[in-house]
Design a protein around this ligand. Structure first.
Ligand SMILES: C[S@@+](CC[C@H](N)C(=O)[O-])C[C@H]1O[C@@H](n2cnc3c(N)ncnc32)[C@H](O)[C@@H]1O
Length: 281
C-alpha cells in the first residue's frame, strides 16, 4: 500500500468512527510513523510502505478509533512554538492557554517581573514558555502530582530552560516556602465534576485530577484567590485561565476578597472568555 492509499483508507475509517479532523489525524500519524515532515508525504505519496510501517500505522489508527488522543500516541504537543512531551500523567496543553501565557509575558515585560509562580503546572507548558520568552525570569512550578512534575522537568530540559525553573510538589500553596512573587499564574482544574463524564472520549483519557474543579468548577479559584495575596509582592499580578462561562463567578470571588484591583478578562481566539487578571492593591 502506498502512503497516499494508507492515509485515504485511515481517514475514511476515522470518519466512519466519528473521530474529528480525520484527514489531519491520518496525516499527523503517518508523519509520526515515518518520522518525516509534511512535505515528505506530499513528494513521496506514491512510495510503498513496508509491511512493518503499514501494521504500525493501522494499529495506531485503531487506538485513535478507541478514543486514545493522538498526542498520547505521538507523545508530542506543540505549544508556544515549542515541542512538549506528553503522556497520560499530564493534561495535553491547549492552544487556549497560549492566550494566558501571552498576557503574562506582556505584564512581565511591562513591570519587569522576573519571579513567577506557576501553580498546577502539569506538563510545564506555562512555566517552560515563560522561562523561554521572559529573559532572566526565575520560575517556580508546582503540582500535586509528582508524575506530572517529572514530565514538566523533561520538558524544561528538552527546551533548554531547566536552570530557570524550580519544580516543587505542593497541594496549591500548602508546601511552598513563604516567598513573594511578581506574578502568580495558574491554569487549574476547572471542569464541573458532573460534566466530566459527558466530555469527549479523548478528554476522558486525560488525568481527572487535571480536570476536576469540584461541584461548581470553582474550587481551585476559591482557594487560589483567597491565598495568592500572601505570596504576591506589592502590586503583584494574579493571572488565571478560566472556563468560557466562569468570568462572572471568578471576578465575584476576586471582588469578595477586597484585596485586588484593576481586574479584567481576556477572550481566546474563538471569542470565549478565557483569562482573568487582577492585581494586589
Ligand atoms: C488543567 S491542568 C493544567 C496543566 C498545565 N498548567 C496546562 O496549562 O496545560 C491542572 C493541573 O493541576 C494539577 N492539580 C490538581 N490538583 C492540584 C492541587 N491540589 N495542587 C496542585 N496542583 C494540582 C493537576 O495535576 C494538573 O496537572
Amino acid at each position: 500500500m502506498t502512503i497516499r492509499e494508507a492515509m485515504n483508507k485511515a481517514s475514511i475509517q476515522l470518519k466512519i468512527n466519528k473521530i474529528d479532523s480525520p484527514k489531519l489525524k491520518a496525516r499527523l500519524l503517518m508523519q509520526f510513523i515515518l518520522n518525516q515532515k509534511r512535505q515528505y508525504l506530499m513528494v513521496y505519496d506514491e512510495k510503498k510502505l513496508t509491511q512493518a510501517q503499514e501494521e504500525k500505522y493501522f494499529k495506531a489508527i485503531e487506538k485513535l478509533i478507541k478514543g486514545i488522543p493522538l498526542q498520547h500516541i505521538t507523545h508530542q504537543q506543540e505549544f508556544m512554538k515549542m515541542n512538549f512531551y506528553v503522556n497520560q500523567d499530564v493534561l495535553i496543553p491547549r492552544p487556549d492557554t497560549e492566550v494566558l501565557v501571552e498576557e503574562v509575558i506582556q505584564i512581565a515585560k511591562k513591570i519587569n517581573a522576573k519571579k513567577i509562580l506557576d501553580l498546577c503546572t502539569g506538563s510545564g507548558a506555562i512555566a517552560v514558555s515563560l522561562a523561554k520568552y521572559i529573559e532572566g525570569s526565575q520560575i517556580t512550578a508546582t503540582d500535586i502530582s509528582e508524575d506530572a512534575l517529572t514530565i514538566a522537568e523533561i520538558n524544561a530540559k528538552n527546551n533548554g530552560v531547566d536552570k530557570q525553573i524550580a519544580f516543587l510538589p505542593s497541594d496549591l500553596f500548602e508546601d511552598l516556602p513563604k516567598e513573594k512573587y511578581d506574578i502568580i499564574v495558574s491554569n487549574p482544574p476547572y471542569i464541573k465534576k458532573e460534566i466530566i463524564k459527558m466530555l469527549d472520549r479523548e478528554v476522558q483519557e486525560e488525568p481527572h485530577i487535571a480536570l476536576d474543579g469540584g461541584y461548581d468548577g470553582l474550587d481551585f479559584y476559591r482557594k487560589i484567590i483567597h491565598q495568592a495575596y500572601e505570596f504576591l509582592k506589592y502590586k503583584g499580578y494574579l493571572c488565571l485561565e478560566i472556563g468560557y462561562d466562569q468570568k462572572i463567578d471568578v471576578i465575584e470571588l476576586i471582588e469578595k476578597e477586597e484585596k485586588y484591583v484593576d481586574t479584567y478578562a481576556k477572550k481566546d481566539l474563538y471569542g470565549n472568555d478565557r483569562v482573568v487578571v487582577t492585581k494586589i492593591s
